[in-house]
Design a protein around this ligand. Sequence first.
Ligand SMILES: [Zn+2]
Length: 336
Amino acid sequence: MRPTAMLAAVVALALTGTATAAGLKIVTTTSDLAAIAKAVAGDRAEVHSICTGKEDPHMLQAKPSCILLARNADLWIRIGLELEIGWEPPILDGSRNPRIREGARGHLDAAESALILDVPTSRVTRALGDVHPQGNPHYWLDPLNGRRIAGAMGERLAEIAPADAALFRANATAFQQAVDERMFGAELLKALPADRLWAMTEDGSITAFLADPANQGRAAGWLATMQPLRGQQILTYHRSWVYFAHRFGLVIAAEIEPKPGVPPSGAHLRQIAESARQQGVRVILQEPFYSRKAADRLAVETGARVVAVANSVGGQPEASDYLALMDLIVKRTAEK
Ligand SMILES: [Zn+2]
């Protein structure tokens, strides 16, 4: 290459900036989003998460190090639905990075691609506790949402770095197929397309399908492990397990928090102990970062088992990526 041509090539490279994806910087608000982003971006990006997965994501404090991370980010990915309302604005404002401002191409709100539950039908007031007015933000525990988020990330990365669009889309598809396989097992996926199977878990018709002698033993994965628990009532500490419960057909009898973000009173605990006994509740699900005191007391009073399990990647050592997190939650919930 002649020196002038070489110079032109260097200039062209500099001008395209992030279009050469090798050095993309992705910052996610939570570790679950980071895990999925790593799967989709592969070696074309450096991915950092603000949350580690060990803390309560509602309560994070924005530190100067978070602002520094955001300053150089090409893509910011958040959960949205006000999960990060207490700490995302100071980080984005402090970063002075116009590429990741809300509404910019470098700002991806993962909620836009997810199926959302608990959308309030009446006006939300502070009297209801820490209720999120656009719906429940804990949607990443529905593996169907993990799948949908990966698709949205693949598309946004393809827009930001078109040179690698095919790679991002292929990575997203591979992640989605891995989720399908962990959810249903290879055998069931040979019988029916994944979309059909997900729809059957949504409308509940999967139960009749699996009960058909012709389909006996065909399911594997999370579906097969959780199927015996379908219809069971459970207790949870925070209203953060609704998506997991919804996908696997568990019924949440009550939350230990009387309102989201409000610790339980003795009277509230007595009331839910009574109803939990009546409903035959066997499992109490909660994140490791909440106090176990109330759950342990309820366990003694009702005979239910406390399952303190990470609900984010990194929350416990075994939850090393998104699939491993779901593996862990399914295993811990279903074990006797
Ligand atoms: Zn919450």
